[in-house]
Design a protein around this ligand. Structure first.
Ligand SMILES: Nc1ncnc2c1ncn2[C@@H]1O[C@H](COP(=O)(O)OP(=O)(O)OP(=O)(O)O)[C@@H](O)[C@H]1O
Ligand SMILES: [Mg+2]
Length: 239
């Protein structure tokens, strides 16, 4: 009988039940069934979250509590809405701007983690350089449409480190294409060390730069990261 149960569970894709139905104890049939369902659902959610986490490719972050003291938040949004990912439902964008080591990547990662755990959001974390390389490669080997389609399915796209490396013409145009495709439809979180006035150095073309900024500003909140580098502070305290 066990084999038959396992075979049915497999056909029905009830993987937790298939492995554990024999270990569950209960007083009544109904209680038994309830426990099986509960565990199967729990296990499914857990697997879904793990899959979303591995697809998101978030960078490793510390586990310090996040400090907001040196971050200026504009009107119209607050810490809660930023962290709990509510801006994602409103398809708003965040631009995290400030100096090195001030927590931009850290906050972008925390937001991503929360969105995955709370809503099961599809998130993907790219450095701008890695996304642009991927886009150029896809463009050259004919798989650009496929890559754009994957990006289109996301709820949240994180673009880390805009401004650290200037882009070539092809890269800038492809990145513009991604931003154009996403800015109204889903949320983008961008981290950057450059003010808008300097984005020209990244995109290389004033008209393209203006078009990017125009799209982004539309539904965006600009967070200002002031303060000193946490990396520097941490290295001092470890000494
Ligand atoms: N606001 C913060 N609260 C707590 N820890 C922080 C904060 N900001 C930074 N840190 C610590 O400093 C480390 C470096 O921060 P992070 O990588 O987010 O900086 P960044 O702003 O992305 O810098 P860069 O521009 O060089 O990429 C984090 O992993 C974290 O340990
Ligand atoms: Mg960073």
């Amino acid at each position: 009988m066990n084999e038959q149960i396992e075979a049915y569970a497999k056909r029905l894709k009830l993987s937790w039940i298939r492995e554990h139905f024999d270990d569950v104890e209960a007083e009544t049939n109904k209680e038994y069934l309830l426990k099986l369902f509960e565990k199967e659902v729990e296990n499914r959610e857990e697997r879904k979250i793990n899959l979303l986490l591995s697809q998101a490719q978030l960078p490793k972050t510390g586990d310090n509590p996040f400090e907001w003291e040196h971050i200026q938040i504009p009107q119209g949004i607050d810490r809660e809405t930023i962290l709990n990912g509510d801006f994602i439902h409103n398809r708003e964008n965040l631009i995290l701007y400030g100096g090195v080591g001030t927590g931009k990547t850290y906050l972008a990662s925390l937001i991503s983690l929360n969105a995955i755990h709370r809503f099961g959001s599809k998130v993907k974390f790219f450095t701008v350089a890695s996304l642009v390389n991927k886009l150029i490669e896809a463009n050259q080997n004919g798989s650009l449409q496929k890559l754009l389609k994957q990006i289109k399915k996301l709820d949240l796209l994180v673009l880390d480190e805009l401004g650290y490396i200037p882009l070539h013409k092809e890269g800038a145009e492809l990145l513009f294409q991604v931003i154009s495709m996403c800015y109204e439809d889903k949320s983008i979180v961008i981290t950057t060390n450059l003010q808008f006035g300097q984005w020209n150095h990244v995109f290389g073309d004033p008209i393209l730069t203006e078009a990017v900024i125009d799209r982004l500003i539309h539904h965006s909140h600009l967070l200002l990261f002031t303060g000193d580098s946490f990396r520097y502070k941490e290295s001092l305290t470890h000494r």
